[in-house]
Write a protein that binds this ligand. Sequence first.
Ligand code: ADP
Ligand code: MG
Length: 270
Amino acid sequence: GRSEQSVGTMRIITVANQKGGVGKTTTAINLATALAAIGERVLLVDLDPQGNASTGLGIDRRDRSVSSYDVLTGEASVDEAAMQTAVPGLSIVPSTLDLLGIEMEIAASADRVLKLRNALRRHAAESARFTYVLIDCPPSLNLLTLNSMAAADSVLVPLQCEFFALEGLSQLLATVEQVRGSINPALSIQGIVLTMYDGRNNLANQVVADVRAHMGEKVYETVIPRNVRVSEAPSYGKPAILYDLKCTGSQAYLQLASEVIRRERRLRAA
Ligand code: ADP
Ligand code: MG
């Protein structure tokens, strides 16, 4: 049957890794774009105070009058906070630096870990405008990331192809386990995606082999190559997939999207 977490047909995927610079935001933006391109109604929730997902999707700071902060504090609904992006079918709840103070503000409330989940459930019950919700997490296992895991059906973990790739992964997986054991028993691992792969680098090949050996089929077949077009795209306020559809990075993200969809169908049916 349907997990207690799923509401209607809306699927919620959180993109998390407590390390910075591993490709969370890039993955969230491009996966969201790829899903929108195939006709899903997608919402990206920017939960990082840095707001890189919001900036990368061309949302000017001055236009972020309602943000993920307001959704977490209950001052705004998901519908009120969602802004249309330049990508058809893709909306974003932008973030602002206000989020830096959120831990202290909600620390005392009993449902501090459930703020996002409650807001998304309300959305699902009231308008169900979106079929996919992707969450871009900050580089930390803080209350924001916990809120995302409490709300999500699954966790997608980007790992950078570098020597310390696996370091920190066990802590992340332990956190997922802890959330599963308490507030969200239905939470699963969507998968692990290797990012910024450089085939000319022998170490990168070793890292790919190591991660596959340790994590088995949790690891997507698709590996995201290091690609300068991908890193340029955010400065134009565009997903790589819009900036340069043909580049190797964009093509890899499209391929990743089809793997994600296949896995979501399997998870949904479970
Ligand atoms: P995180 O959100 O985990 O901190 P980002 O997605 O912001 O990571 O990526 C970190 C940096 O690496 C950014 O400058 C981004 O543009 C760059 N980057 C991410 N993926 C790629 C890629 N496949 N090729 C080249 N640069 C990338
Ligand atoms: Mg980021």
